[in-house]
Design a protein around this ligand. Structure first.
Ligand code: SF4
Length: 189
């Protein structure tokens, strides 16, 4: 975890707010009270200030995490090669990357693939990301979302958006894009 004392005074207000939210750890808390000028200036801080702070301090606030290169569809525009028979990253690899991102100060992640719900450990990964307090967006084709997975996702409190691929209101067009028949009705549910 980074040390507050290494950062510039202008950044302290934002860091203190992030600390109050539990996103970063203030190791030097005793030296910066909430009555400091930095606290007052936080009231006018906006998103661009947070972005500037993260840029200055080399903190990757958000990112995309490609959990797998596998997918059950074959979309014409997709960059996946579909050659992978199994995931390159083990569960432990994924946990290690999550730990590294947490240590670096990352707050938000987009989970993408391939199709993330093809991973048999997706439940463990989502639980771990919640424990680490990441804010998540999930990209999915939704074809594998059965009742068990839907319940799992519904019980998570850290997902702010789920993006579902749907390429047309016409089943034939949708299936022509994904190159797999019968998935339109599943996606459109
Ligand atoms: S659903 Fe997404 S990952 Fe799967 S083939 Fe289509 S574009 Fe690629």
């Amino acid at each position: 975890m980074q040390d507050f004392q290494k950062w510039q005074n202008d950044d302290l207000a934002i860091l203190q707010k992030l600390s109050q939210l539990g996103f970063v750890e203030d190791k030097a808390n005793s030296t910066h009270t909430t009555n400091s000028p930095a606290k007052k200036s936080f009231e006018s801080a906006d998103l661009s200030a947070i972005n500037l702070w993260s840029f200055r301090n080399h903190v990757p606030l958000s990112g995309h995490f490609e959990l797998t290169g596998r997918c059950n569809l074959r979309c014409v525009h997709c960059y996946c090669t579909f050659e992978q028979k199994r995931d390159l990253l083990s569960t432990q690899d994924v946990f290690q990357i999550i730990d590294d991102l947490h240590e670096a100060g990352t707050l938000g992640l987009v989970l993408t693939g391939g199709e993330v719900f093809l991973r048999c450990d997706i439940g463990e990964i989502l639980q771990y990301l919640q424990e680490k307090r990441f804010i998540l967006r999930i990209n999915t084709n939704a074809t594998l979302l059965d009742e068990k997975l839907l319940k799992l996702v519904a019980n998570l409190t850290n997902i702010y958006r789920i993006h579902v691929s749907l390429y047309s209101a016409e089943p034939d067009i949708h299936d022509a894009v994904t190159k797999v028949k019968r998935f339109f009705s599943k996606n459109a549910q």
